[in-house]
Design a protein around this ligand. Structure first.
Ligand SMILES: Cc1cc2nc3c(=O)[nH]c(=O)nc-3n(C[C@H](O)[C@H](O)[C@H](O)COP(=O)(O)OP(=O)(O)OC[C@H]3O[C@@H](n4cnc5c(N)ncnc54)[C@H](O)[C@@H]3O)c2cc1C
Length: 275
């Protein structure tokens, strides 16, 4: 394959690493299981976001404390420190630069410091927002996109379909508990979005996304697949796309956003499997 015809690479665009203490100004239920928390503050000056999967580390207070521990940053690097902040990854759902307002959609899944905080969130509370460290950028030059997500990755899926160019073919699958958990997204793409209902089955326990992707008729031409959700359920999807579908490694981005039974799953853990 010549350089000219090679699929475009994903590039990491680095941003200055910054910690911001922000105040909650609004809390909305987007669906029965997801809370949208709006953070605001002058500290958002210089905040960067540009790619669909851009995310920050929310820094939560220790139980009983009012404010989070501040991460130590030296020379644009997060340093080890005697006391580390409690962090979890969350997608930037919206950033309104002029208003200096940031929306984060947080899934209420029952346990966990992030979910518990979101359940109790109310205006006036403060939280640390660390990052984003960088943006994963790809050129939107593909003929089609395959996107799939469960609730935790719906904010990123929404950003994909809001950012992709007019008229491009997008085949998307979104797994949620039921019809009440579906959301509406604005898009200028040629979007074919299928909602998959898992009913009372626990999150991360079904193969709904895998079966939908296996059965999907994919267009011809150069495609790109982005899939995110529970890490274990995504492994067979990654194998299917790279193996049976024959997509090259530059065409597939499968990201385990959380893992059943694991607190604060490291989503870079499976990076080697993308190769
Ligand atoms: C790049 C990236 C972007 C993300 N964006 C978002 C986002 O925008 N919104 C969002 O809600 N989440 C998002 N996540 C997922 C979120 O970081 C995890 O769900 C995280 O584990 C939540 O922290 P917690 O403190 O609530 O639970 P943890 O303390 O991490 O985990 C406690 C227990 O809950 C389980 N658990 C974690 N998440 C879920 C879940 N969704 N359903 C059922 N059980 C779960 C764990 O397996 C563990 O057993 C993102 C993750 C990544 C890597």
């Amino acid at each position: 394959m010549t350089t000219e015809s090679a699929p475009p690479r994903m590039r990491i665009v680095r941003h200055p690493l910054k910690y911001r203490l922000l105040e909650v100004t609004k809390v909305d239920r987007v669906t029965p299981g997801t809370v949208r928390v709006t953070f605001a503050g002058e500290a958002l000056e210089g905040f960067c976001e540009q790619a669909p999967t851009d995310h920050v580390k929310l820094c939560f207070p220790e139980p009983g404390a009012e404010l989070p521990v501040e991460p130590v940053v030296e020379n644009d690097t997060w340093m080890d420190a005697p006391v580390e902040p409690i962090t979890r990854d969350y997608t930037i759902r919206h950033y309104r630069r002029a208003e200096r307002e940031l929306d984060i959609d947080m899934v209420l899944h029952g346990t966990g410091i992030g979910s518990t905080w979101a359940e109790q969130a109310e205006p006036g509370m403060r939280l640390g927002v660390f990052g984003p460290r960088g943006s994963e950028e790809i050129d939107f030059v593909h003929d089609w996109y395959l996107l799939a997500a469960e609730e935790t990755a719906l904010p990123a899926l929404a950003r994909w379909i809001e950012m992709l160019p007019a008229g491009v073919k997008v085949i998307a699958f979104a797994e949620v508990p039921g019809a009440d958990d579906e959301q509406e997204f604005r898009t200028v793409t040629d979007l074919d979005l299928t909602w998959l209902h898992r009913g009372s089955a626990p999150a991360g326990s079904t193969d709904l996304l895998e079966r939908a992707i296996r059965a999907a008729e994919l267009p011809t031409g150069l495609g790109f697949a982005w899939i995110a959700g529970e890490a274990t359920t995504l492994k067979p999807i990654r194998r299917h796309l790279r193996g049976e579908r024959g997509l090259g490694k530059e065409q597939v981005d499968v990201d385990g956003y959380w893992k059943r039974g694991v607190a604060n799953h490291d989503h870079h853990e499976d990076d080697h499997e993308q190769a």
